[in-house]
Design a binder for this molecule. Structure first.
Ligand code: CO8
Length: 277
């Protein structure tokens, strides 16, 4: 059991940011590191609520001058980092619902990819589709061994948006990205390491400590140099989206509402449920 003095010391150094029950954020006041833990059961599928909670969290952390950097991880340690965008939000929905959902996706991407401080993903479980994209939005990826990661959208009969594709190209280069996206390929942790989709693969109990170690190094780069450099390297694709968010929404809605696409999404959802039986 922790002694009283020890507990006082612990509670003085770890501050809990006004968290929601689906995104928990703890800030170490010694290092300024924020640990953001996605906690929406069962698999952190990214619906409007979770996307908004993540976006709000990173906006606050970006503005908080006491925060020097962040780690993004999942409560479902050893199972799932995130199952990607919530497929149910894309099936048999109105144009208005789809449009609103996609606007939330855009804001989430612009906020995390544009986060001005070092951000390390501690990928402690599977990371398909939007889960992979979210990890790619960070600046460094530490992944647990024996899980899978990739942009598998084509397997659902849908296509990753240009800003997901760009994340993959930036990490692994065009040749690997083409193969990965065209085939909806899910990489094992070791395969992902080989092509540079993740930066390190470690045992489960080493994922967060390894992420902390690299974050310590990354936060030694002076600000605002880190932020300015990161922004100019990432700005082009983010500006392309910023300059035509309405057009991107219209494209998404038009694509998803096609009968053959709806049929494929419905079939994929059905297959997910059947897997359990
Ligand atoms: N959305 C909604 N529900 C989901 C999702 C999801 N992405 N993933 C899983 N679920 C549901 C399951 O159906 C299941 O529901 P229920 O309990 O009611 O049967 C529950 O969550 C638990 O899932 P599992 O039992 O499958 O959990 P496991 O721990 O066995 O497996 C996995 C976890 C590996 C993550 C597995 O659930 C899985 O493979 N999920 C699907 C992942 C996927 O393919 N996601 C793609 C999402 S699409 C996306 O992110 C980008 C879309 C870009 C759109 C662009 C269009 C133009």
């Amino acid at each position: 059991m922790l002694s009283r003095a020890c507990f006082r010391q612990f509670s003085a150094s770890i501050r809990r940011m006004s968290s929601t029950n689906i995104v928990e954020t703890n800030i170490d006041s010694g290092t300024g590191f924020a640990t953001v833990t996605l906690s929406q059961p069962p698999v952190n599928s990214l619906d409007k609520n979770l996307l908004t909670a993540i976006t709000d969290t990173f906006k606050k952390l970006g503005d908080d001058s006491s925060v020097t950097g962040a780690i993004l991880t999942s409560k479902f340690d050893g199972k799932v980092f995130s199952a990607g965008l919530n497929i149910v939000d894309m099936f048999q929905k109105s144009d208005d619902h789809l449009g609103e959902f996609w606007g939330t996706v855009q804001e989430w991407y612009l906020t995390i990819h544009g986060f001005p401080k070092p951000l390390v993903s501690a990928i402690n479980g599977h990371a398909p589709a939007g889960g992979c994209a979210m990890a790619l939005m960070s600046d460094y990826r530490v992944m647990v061994e024996g899980k899978t990661i990739g942009l598998n959208e084509t397997l659902l009969g849908i296509v990753a948006p240009f800003f997901f594709a760009d994340l993959m190209i930036a990490a692994v280069g065009r040749r690997h990205a083409e193969f990965a996206l065209n085939n909806g390929y899910l990489y094992t942790s070791d395969e992902a390491l080989k092509i540079g989709l993740v930066d390190e693969v470690v045992n489960l109990d080493q994922v967060v400590p390894t992420a902390m170690k690299i974050l310590t190094k990354m936060t030694r780069t002076p600000q605002p140099a880190y932020q300015v450099c990161k922004n100019f390297l990432r700005k082009e694709t983010m500006d392309t989206l910023r300059n035509d968010r309405a057009g991107d929404i219209a494209h998404f809605v038009g694509f998803v509402q096609q009968p053959n696409v709806q049929k494929a999404i419905g079939g994929y959802l059905q297959a997910l449920k059947q897997r359990k039986k």
